[in-house]
Design a protein around this ligand. Sequence first.
Ligand code: SAM
Length: 215
Amino acid sequence: MSHSSSNAAPAGKLTPIEKYYRLHARIYDATRWTFLFGRTAILADIAIRQKPVRILEVGCGTGKNLVSLGRRFPQAAITGLDLAEPMLEVARRKTAHMGSRVGLLHRSYNAPVGDLAGYDLVLFSYALSMFNPGFETAIQAAAADLAPGGCIAVVDFHATRFALFERWMGVNHVRMNAQLRPCLQAHFMPMLDRVDHAYGGVWQYLTFIGRKRAN
Ligand SMILES: C[S@@+](CC[C@H](N)C(=O)[O-])C[C@H]1O[C@@H](n2cnc3c(N)ncnc32)[C@H](O)[C@@H]1O
């Protein structure tokens, strides 16, 4: 499975996030490990609850999680979706050794992928906080993309009490005023719902795993 489709910005018009990642794709992996906490832990938290065989990572970026998911769930077919082509370019190189187990989709997650089989797991790792506007739509899309009994897993910025830091994160397209948790709780039955402190409380980050609610 190796595919690429696009419904990002109209030709020639990049969204602000695509422009941002034209530069940041080059320094992403070297810098983000210093502050995107909980990405390894959430994969372990998923593994003790579920053995997914069809996985979608929304906002897969440079593909760090795609590689880790591949190792942790050797039976799984994995799709990575992202709006920013420069990030997918890195992900493509990083996952080349995984062959047809990994597919990459270039598009915005403003509607479900709509794969008929549905996914057992939809992962958002530091992606949803960049969906502004649109995080509610993305959470609903994930619910639609999940097969019955499937799970959503989210690790992301939650909140900060420092207004200056919140503004700085806004400059970097990240919203962190506790907007994600209530929406996740409304659409999914929480199996893990935890808020941790980073750097002694400068900010908090959220780890959420939830099962799709029966309609
Ligand atoms: C902070 S990076 C996280 C990358 C990766 N998940 C990780 O944990 O390292 C956020 C990613 O979400 C993508 N993204 C932001 N808004 C998106 C949207 N509406 N649809 C799809 N991807 C989006 C960005 O292009 C970026 O690659």
